[in-house]
Design a binder for this molecule. Structure first.
Ligand code: C6P
Length: 466
């Protein structure tokens, strides 16, 4: 796979040629680094390559060439799960065909090869996050399991009656329900950071809570990027404020890790949870990252094989981290698949992935703004990732139910999600039963956005609104 060389850095991404431009000119002020593709009439990269060669990338994803209801698939449901490149599928196939064995147990060749590949995947994830050591990478099933691990292990040991866990109004159920369970079991209370009208977090709420509850706040939990609004949250700022008050900070990275460059020391958080399946990897494998000192102090999450050093009838000694948290036979094939997904993303460069999505979401917001009766949730381009959630409504009344909208779009071969997106308190806050959501990834194109816009017009015609 090839990608454009990086010759400079620019924060101005121009998704399409502006009308005032001539062929070969770029609207970017650093024009010596910029190039324009005259055939597509569009800036394909700016300042030396922050954009991706999407056609080449699409060829790596077998599923993208299929049709749905006789139309080419436009897969715009990436926040639910991403598609998988050939290299990821091949890595897992290769494991089952050539060296399938259990890990960390046998001394035969297959077992050693499987263990080496599985632990290599852990090293890749560790480098991807800029973690201090692979020992800080705990393999779990998904983001949900990672957060439950923290709530059950760290939470039960460190949170008691009267303590406070601060969350936000935009959390996914996975970063809400585990804390509700902890609060019910311990007598701790939950407090919430609210939103401004554009769907940004009100950091003054955090400051107010830090003053009101002082040293009783044990943890601040926040999503790196909202799966509904697309808001990219100021995680480093929130972690710094939490630490000043003596609290820890957990980041739900389910939507941010697949789409943004991540550097855990720079983020300054204490826990980071994410899922492999949203970042080109398979389902059934996810990660909890935490600092070694913290993991070392935490009790095991589940008991069984793999997580022990020695076992006696009445007591046992735990294995070192990360294995202390990985009871039972792990998901070897999918761990290896996640390693291949990390290789793929690293090969493209996460800055480039992010830049592509920024350009695409800016284009989508501009085009969708021209669709009548469309209410778009969340902040402006530049403050959000590649997620656009909307409803067809007028004067606060839904004109088309999002499920009907998603069904009409499906008939056009366009996959979006409709519902509460497992963030029901947020849907309630906006006073609607559901919303429709298009979410982009590195293989999506402006043409697919155009098809989405066209299909939204069509849906309104079906309902007699246009
Ligand atoms: N959101 C969506 O369509 P799991 O299911 O454990 O892999 O991921 C849970 C999760 C946690 N946090 C955030 C911010 C998420 O977006 C998700 C998954 C999907 O929005 C499925 S509900």
């Amino acid at each position: 796979m090839s990608y454009f060389p990086r010759a400079g850095f620019c924060t101005l991404y121009v998704p399409r040629m502006l009308r005032s431009q001539k062929e070969g000119e770029c609207a970017c002020e650093f024009e010596q680094f910029s190039q324009v593709d005259p055939k597509r009439q569009c800036v394909v990269y700016c300042c030396g390559g922050t954009m991706l060669d999407v056609n080449k990338i699409r060829a790596d994803f077998p599923i993208l060439s299929r049709t749905v209801h006789g139309k080419p698939l436009a897969y715009l449901d990436n926040a639910a799960t991403s598609q998988k490149p050939e290299s990821v599928i091949r890595a897992m196939d290769d494991y089952y065909r050539r060296y399938n064995a259990n890990v960390h147990r046998g001394v035969h060749a297959l077992a050693e090869e499987a263990t080496a590949a599985y632990e290599d995947a852990r090293r890749k994830v560790s480098r991807f996050l800029h973690a201090a050591s692979p020992r800080e990478v705990v393999f779990v099933r998904n983001t949900t399991e990672a957060i439950n691990l923290v709530a059950l292990s760290w939470g039960r040991a460190n949170v008691s009656a009267g303590d406070v866990v601060v969350l936000t109004m935009m959390e996914h159920h996975s970063n809400l329900v585990p804390w509700q369970l902890l609060a019910q079991a311990t007598g701790a209370r939950l407090e919430f950071i609210g939103l401004d009208p554009a769907g940004r977090l009100l950091l003054e709420d955090l400051d107010r809570l830090l003053i009101e509850f002082g040293g009783r706040i044990r943890l601040v939990g926040v999503s790196g990027m909202s799966n509904v609004l697309g808001t990219v949250n100021p995680v480093a700022e929130i972690a710094a404020r939490a630490h000043q008050a003596g609290a820890l900070c957990l980041v739900d990275g389910a939507q941010s890790v697949p789409h943004l460059p991540v550097d855990v020391p720079a983020l300054g958080c204490d826990f980071l949870a994410f899922s492999g399946h949203k970042m080109l990897g398979p389902t059934g494998i996810g990660v909890l990252w935490a600092r070694q000192e913290l993991l070392n102090t935490m009790p095991p999450f589940m008991g069984g094989g793999e997580m022990i050093k020695s076992v006696h009838l009445r007591e046992s000694e735990w294995a070192d981290i990360p294995h202390k948290f990985e009871a039972g036979t792990p998901n070897v094939a999918h761990g290896i698949g996640l390693g291949a997904a990390v290789d793929y993303l690293t090969g493209l460069g996460m800055e480039n992935v992010h830049a592509h999505e920024q350009a695409l979401v800016a284009y989508a917001l501009e085009r969708l703004a021209q669709v009548p009766n469309l209410h778009i949730y969340g902040p402006p381009a530049g403050e959000r990732g590649g997620i656009v959630t909307f409803n067809v409504m007028r004067d606060g009344e839904l004109l088309i139910h999002p499920h009907d909208l998603a069904s009409i779009l499906d008939m056009e071969g366009i996959a979006i999600r409709a519902g509460h997106h497992c963030a029901q308190p947020l849907t309630e806050y906006y006073g609607v039963p559901a919303t429709a959501r298009a979410s982009f990834y590195l293989y999506n194109t402006e043409e697919e956005v155009d098809r989405l816009v066209e299909a939204l017009h069509k849906a309104q015609r079906v309902f007699g609104l246009e």
